[in-house]
Design a binder for this molecule. Structure first.
Ligand code: F0G
Length: 355
């Protein structure tokens, strides 16, 4: 019988060898990383793929992929002597920053676009005890303010313009190569501020260099049609989409995203809100995966490209970036629930069911 303490888990233990850590970097964790990779039941056929796998980044501790980058950024900030964090966010970065700040006893300041953050994400920022500043304007305006404020005050900026965020987020590519035994042919991912697509591409390149993979995937990035600056080739002043997580008009990692697209022979396309919502309903109804709208953009994109004849078999991984519970308002607006009332007796329930 083992009497020892459980093995510590988390990114800073699991992927220490590929992260910029020193002996003095505190090995903090909320149990992030090691997320499931599950095979599609139905959607892969609709896309014309031989195999489609979903990487459930919604299974991270705060319900989104942001925890991977945040754990590295916060650990390095603490190592550098920081006592406070700041970020601009459409809701997931702020939830993650606030959670690690709570765990590590740091102050956390989050700048969010007023009225445009999903309810669950606001609840997280409140529960974890962050200082919330709702700014007039969109995410891009909030990020400009956060950059200027952290240049002026002794507060660590933990947006993905912080390279430690990219380092942490690249570990998902390592996990995919490990689980599949190689890189997939296609990696489908939603794109907002473009840190994540930049991070995955870095991870896949490193996996190929270190013989963890024999190929690298084509990177398929998808933006919401009302917020698709990378598709338009120029910033969008007033981004609009139901997928509020990716309601971004001027991605900070612009060059990282276009580099990933061009170097991998991939594409960055736009999907409409209707296409996003179709994928959102299919994921829940046919795959049992309840994700937030931004996450459904990766699957909406694969469906769109596949139906247009742009996919000929092969193996794809779609990144499901955030949990559906974060955005209950979109969920309730998508469905008319069929709920029948009954008293808790066999006869009454039978009658309600028409048995
Ligand atoms: N999916 C979700 C659920 C997100 O929250 C984000 C970004 C993305 C995709 C896009 O990733 O920005 O690296 O291209 N959310 C940021 C935030 C902007 O503040 O939470 P990206």
């Amino acid at each position: 019988m083992s009497t020892g303490a459980p093995q510590p888990r988390g990114l800073l233990y699991r992927w220490a060898s590929v992260l910029p850590l020193t002996e003095r970097t505190p090995r903090i964790t909320l149990g992030e990383g090691d997320t499931p990779l599950v095979r599609s039941a139905a959607i892969e056929k609709l896309c014309g793929l031989d195999e489609l796998w979903f990487k459930l980044e919604s299974c991270n501790p705060t319900g989104s992929f942001k925890d991977r980058g945040m754990v590295v950024a916060v650990a390095r900030a603490i190592e550098g002597g920081a006592r406070a964090l700041m970020c601009a966010s459409t809701g997931n970065t702020s939830a993650s920053a606030a959670a690690y700040a709570a765990k590590c006893g740091l102050e956390c300041f989050v700048l969010v676009p007023g009225g445009k953050v999903a309810a669950g994400k606001m609840a997280q920022a409140v529960a974890y005890g962050s200082h919330i500043i709702e700014v007039e304007g969109n995410f891009d305006d909030a990020l400009n303010a956060a950059r200027a404020l952290t240049a002026k005050h002794p507060v660590a900026l933990v947006n993905s313009v912080n390279p430690d965020r990219i380092q942490g987020q690249k570990t998902a590519a390592y996990e995919i190569c490990e689980s599949l035994g190689d890189a997939p042919d296609i990696l489908a991912i939603p794109v907002g501020n473009a840190g994540n697509i930049t991070a995955y591409w870095k991870g896949f390149l490193e996996c190929a260099e270190t013989a963890r993979a024999s190929l690298h995937p084509k990177m398929f990035g998808f933006q919401a049609a009302g917020a698709a600056p990378l598709v338009a080739g120029q910033p969008v002043a007033e981004p609009q989409t139901i997928a509020t997580a990716i309601r971004i008009g001027k991605p900070a990692s612009w060059a990282g995203a276009t580099g990933a697209r061009d170097e991998s022979g991939g594409r960055i396309d736009a999907v409409t809100d209707d296409e996003i919502l179709e994928a959102y309903r299919l994921l829940a109804g046919k795959e049992g995966l309840f994700v937030e709208p931004a996450s459904a953009a990766s699957v909406a994109g694969l469906l769109k490209v596949g139906r247009a004849g742009g996919i000929r078999g092969g193996r794809a991984v779609a990144i499901l970036t955030g949990n559906g519970l974060k955005d209950p308002d979109t969920a309730t607006s998508q469905y008319t629930p069929k709920i029948t009332k009954a008293v808790a007796s066999v006869e009454s329930v039978e009658r309600a069911l028409g048995w």
